[in-house]
Ligand binder design. Structure first.
Ligand SMILES: Nc1ncnc2c1ncn2[C@@H]1O[C@H](COP(=O)(O)OP(=O)(O)OP(=O)(O)O)[C@@H](O)[C@H]1O
Length: 259
């Protein structure tokens, strides 16, 4: 299931504004990569370019290459809807569909992909996805109740279940714990650890301890000033990035001296 990602020379624009410049980075399959850096350096923009969510904004575009197991995501014959199914995303704020039940939320991606399926098949997907998201035991007796009735941490795990229900190969997470309390955060971090056995995970986080706890490799992005494009400054094993980074800016950021 899990696939590697190879980005080369990626420039990302909002209209004429070059937001992220010249990113080249490999992401190994079945690993967790953390993106860190000060506000506005383009972490979320870059993350969204990895499943073609960036281009849903009017005038937004990229040039360069994003290969997933050698397959060019931006090739002319690549359907962005298929790309987003293959590369799922979890956002900062848990966003279950409020009028849908827990089970319907898990199946929402399937429905969008307009697949008619038998009830037994749907039940299997709901159980498998909720189990993988570490939520099954907490919700198995109330699958027909609204997803919005869960706690924030449970809602975020429901969103993770929804993202993995379509069996993606990669999971992108944009500050998935920033709206959660420390206990829910720790549950999600444990879950990320479990999920990397099956998925390639890329996570944007402002929390240095979180990057250090959950990721195998860390990528530090920075920008020279307001209106300047964000760039990838350094990428390497998390342990090295946090103990002995190559670039003085990485060290200054990690030590909390800016950002
Ligand atoms: N929809 C948009 N239209 C135009 N410019 C945008 C848009 N979204 C982001 N930008 C700009 O792109 C640059 C990168 O923003 P982005 O949100 O990717 O940074 P970030 O590193 O994720 O920041 P933060 O840590 O604050 O979330 C910023 O200059 C931002 O103002």
């Amino acid at each position: 299931m899990a696939k590697s990602i190879d980005v080369s020379d990626l420039n990302i624009y909002y209209g004429d504004f070059l937001a992220v410049e010249g990113v080249t980075i490999p992401v190994a399959a079945r690993s967790v990569t953390a993106f860190i850096g000060p506000s506005g350096c383009g972490k979320s923009t870059f993350l969204r370019s990895l499943n073609r969510m960036h281009e849903v904004i009017r005038g937004a575009r990229v040039d360069g290459k994003v290969l997933v197991d050698g397959q060019d995501l931006y090739a002319d014959d690549m359907d962005p809807v298929n790309v987003r199914r293959m590369i799922g995303m979890v956002f900062q704020r848990p966003n279950p569909f409020p009028t849908m039940s827990i089970a319907e939320n898990v199946l929402a991606g399937q429905k969008l992909n307009s697949k008619r399926m038998k009830k037994s098949e749907a039940d299997d997907i709901v159980e498998r996805s909720l189990r993988s998201a570490g939520l099954w035991n907490e919700v198995k007796d109330r699958l027909d109740r609204p997803g919005s009735g869960l706690s924030g941490g449970q809602q975020q795990r429901l969103c993770i279940a929804r993202a993995i229900a379509t069996q993606p190969e990669v999971l992108l997470m944009d500050e998935p714990c920033s709206a959660l309390d420390p206990i829910s955060t720790s549950v999600i971090e444990d879950l990320i650890h479990e999920l990397k056995k099956d998925y390639t995970i890329v996570i944007v986080t402002h929390n240095m301890q979180q990057a250090a706890r959950v990721s195998d490799t860390t990528a530090f992005f920075n920008l020279a000033g307001v209106g300047q494009p964000g760039r990838l400054i350094e990428h390497g094993p998390t342990e090295k990035m946090f103990s002995n980074p190559e670039d003085p800016a990485t060290e200054a950021y990690i030590q909390g001296r800016f950002g």
